[in-house]
Every structure is written in structure tokens, then in C-alpha cells.
Design a protein around this ligand. Structure first.
Ligand code: HEC
Length: 156
């Protein structure tokens, strides 16, 4: 919880997608807006900031979540080649992605789903923090030159 404000903005965005829609009044205050299907609007996605440092602890947490939720389609290494049940994106080749490669855009792909076959995770992954750990983990699968640099120490 290093930057609690950013957390709470993203968290509300996550919560309103689920059963807690009735608390929907508050999130507009933070500039988080949803479309009529409860998905983050493009404007909100642009504003989203990843509050979780790209460090080993985050990647460890992201990996656990990835193995639990994502391998079934994207495969254990993210390449979507072995034992996968859908024509899922190779997560190690961001050049070929359709839905955007910024932190906010990856967050949206996970939260709201992507294309026709990637399911939304707004109900299954309840904490925005966990979704950011997943965003970090996904980026750690990228080729070395475009991968974020691992932070040794926690800043801020
Ligand atoms: C039921 C199968 C399935 C599961 C489970 C699944 N995905 Fe996907 N995912 C897909 C498919 C299919 C696509 C391609 C969607 C499209 O653009 O047509 C995709 C696309 C994506 C994209 C967007 C890539 C782009 O083109 O921009 C990201 C990021 C992603 N998945 C991450 C994840 C993460 C993280 C998890 C686990 C939390 C996950 N996926 C779980 C099937 C799945």
C-alpha cells in the first residue's frame, strides 16, 4: 500500500464491475468512469497508473495468480502453445497484441476481458492490487529489451 490513492481509484473501478454496483456514485469522483456494460472507459484507462512497484515480490505474487487463472488458455509460459483451450494471445510478443500494451491497457484486458474469447476477471480477482501484480508479471514475460527493469528496492 505504497500509494493508497491510486489503489483506491482502481479498486473502486474493480468493485463496481461486480456485485457492489450500488456504490457506483463514489467512483465518478475519482474520474473512474464505466460504460453501460460496466467496463472501464477509454478515458479512464488512459489515466490508470500502476501503483505496484515492478519488484520480485510483485512478480512472485503475479506468478501465483497467473498459474491459477491464466495458464489454461495462455499456457504456463504465456506462449499459448501447449494444452490451451482457446486461440489466446502469445503474451510474450506484445508487438502482436490488439488491445494495448500500456499498464492501464493490460489492466483493462484482464479486468474487462479482451476480444471475444478472453473472459473478464473483475469478479474473480477482487483486489486491484492483485490485478496490478498480474500486469507486472505479464510484462516480465516480454523480450528483455522491452521488459521493465526490475526494482531492487522499494521506493516511495
Ligand atoms: C478462456 C481462455 C482465457 C483465459 C483463462 C485467459 N485468457 Fe487472456 N486471452 C484469451 C484470448 C482468446 C485472447 C485474445 C483476445 C482477442 O484479442 O481476440 C486473450 C488476450 C489477452 C490479453 C490481451 C492481448 C492483446 O492482444 O492485447 C491479455 C493481456 C491477456 N489475455 C492476459 C490474460 C491474463 C493475465 C489471464 C489470467 C488472469 C488471462 N489472459 C486468462 C483467452 C484467455
Amino acid at each position: 500500500m505504497r500509494r493508497p490513492i491510486a489503489f483506491s481509484i482502481a479498486l473502486r473501478g474493480v468493485l463496481v464491475g461486480g456485485a457492489i454496483l450500488s456504490t457506483g456514485v463514489a467512483w465518478t469522483d475519482d474520474g473512474v468512469t464505466l460504460d453501460d456494460k460496466g467496463r472501464l472507459t477509454a478515458e479512464t484507462v488512459k489515466k490508470l497508473k500502476n501503483p505496484v512497484v515492478f519488484d520480485k515480490a510483485s512478480l512472485d505474487r503475479g506468478r501465483i495468480l497467473y498459474l491459477r487463472e491464466c495458464t489454461e488458455c495462455h499456457g504456463p509460459d504465456g506462449r499459448s502453445q501447449v494444452d490451451v483451450i482457446a486461440d489466446a494471445t502469445d503474451l510474450t510478443e506484445p508487438k502482436l497484441w490488439y488491445s494495448g500494451t500500456s499498464d492501464g491497457e493490460i489492466f483493462r484486458s484482464i479486468r474487462d476481458g479482451a476480444g471475444d474469447a478472453m473472459p473478464p476477471y473483475s469478479d474473480k480477482i477482487e483486489k486491484a492490487e492483485d490485478m496490478w501484480h498480474l500486469v507486472n508479471y505479464i510484462r516480465s514475460l516480454w523480450p528483455e529489451p522491452i521488459r521493465p527493469k526490475l526494482q531492487e528496492t522499494e521506493t516511495n
